[in-house]
Design a protein around this ligand. Structure first.
Ligand SMILES: Cc1cc2nc3c(=O)[nH]c(=O)nc-3n(C[C@H](O)[C@H](O)[C@H](O)COP(=O)(O)OP(=O)(O)OC[C@H]3O[C@@H](n4cnc5c(N)ncnc54)[C@H](O)[C@@H]3O)c2cc1C
Length: 283
């Protein structure tokens, strides 16, 4: 049982991890060794105090160095669900279940609008996690909407289990060539079915599938954390980064605008201190 599970390795999550570690808490930081695409893709950052005209890549390198100096490891896992269990939280990360007394959500904001049918069929043939759900579709044909950078890898993993993968590239990356992976050019339009998913409709036609894996970098917060109160695309927080669920804090872009590094890092610090106060209150 960790004291604090921190989800996301952008400036908000890293800042939260640094403060929580300095306050001697037992933490797990879940995200990516690449940290955040929104960090590494920034050409030049002019408005971060103390780091004048730094590139996103150099900023990311400095953050990575600071994590190393403090002995903070990144657990390279995508969290697919966070369940409030009353006195603690259980996180689903791939095939692992992780328990923590408190959670800081620093997952960044989701820009993509849900596809027609995506919400309706979630859990009935729409999945956000190949590792979690691949085995349910053994011997079947599935579609993958590859938005995230690691989607091609996930599609390759799926192809080892399911009969066939229809891969729709939503960014430039493609899976390696395999007999049972078909690359479908075309824009997804909707997901259809009756009790469960039966087809993916694109602007180039309709394909019969048993599941559509929608692989984005981040999942909408109310889907990731059932029961959390949201405002549009954001988790609703107070000035101490508390959410409506006791022990759950949110910071950075996911906690609202403006979308800025310095605001994300500042809120990460506040969230960690609030989590520490919450843990002290449990004693
Ligand atoms: C091109 C570009 C340039 C920018 N330039 C500037 C600038 O000059 N100045 C400025 O202040 N701001 C700038 N921004 C905005 C800034 O990037 C964001 O405000 C900032 O990155 C937000 O930090 P964050 O930690 O909240 O989220 P993010 O940086 O988005 O990080 C979230 C992290 O969480 C991970 N994650 C999400 N869901 C999960 C999950 N379920 N499990 C595990 N990990 C998960 C993501 O993969 C990501 O690594 C720029 C943004 C872009 C795109």
């Amino acid at each position: 049982m960790y004291d604090i599970a921190i989800i996301g390795t952008g400036p908000a999550g890293i800042s939260a991890a640094i403060t929580a570690k300095i306050r001697n808490k037992d933490i797990v930081l879940l995200g990516s060794p690449e940290l955040s695409a929104k960090l590494s893709k920034a050409h030049r950052i002019d408005n971060y105090p103390g780091l004048s005209q730094i590139s996103g890549a150099d900023f990311a390198e400095k953050l990575r160095q600071q994590l190393d100096d403090l002995g903070i490891e990144i657990t390279d896992k995508q969290v697919s669900a966070v369940y409030s269990m009353g006195d603690h939280f259980t996180l689903q990360a791939g095939e692992d279940m992780i328990d923590a007394k408190s959670v800081i959500a620093a997952t960044g904001v989701v820009n993509a609008k849900a596809l027609e049918g995506e919400d309706e069929f979630l859990g009935r043939g729409v999945s956000y996690c190949a590792t979690c759900d691949a085995r349910l579709y053994k011997g079947k044909t599935v579609a993958v909407l590859g938005y995230s950078d690691d989607a091609p890898e996930e599609a390759e993993f799926l192809s080892e289990i399911v009969e066939k993968v229809i891969y729709v590239p939503m960014n430039k990356q493609l899976p390696s060539e395999r007999d049972n992976i078909e690359i479908l050019s075309g824009k997804p339009v909707r997901i259809t079915g009756d009790k469960s998913v039966s087809a993916l409709v694109t602007d180039s036609g309709e394909r019969e599938v048993s599941c559509v894996f929608v692989l984005r970098d981040a999942v909408a917060p109310d889907k990731l954390i059932p029961g959390v109160e949201t405002e549009g695309a954001h988790i609703k927080v107070d000035l101490m980064m508390k959410t409506n669920l006791p022990g759950l804090f949110a910071c950075g872009d996911i906690a609202g605008k403006p979308y800025q590094y310095v605001k994300a890092a500042g809120q990460g610090n506040v969230a960690a201190l609030s989590a520490v106060a919450y843990l002290n209150g449990l004693k």
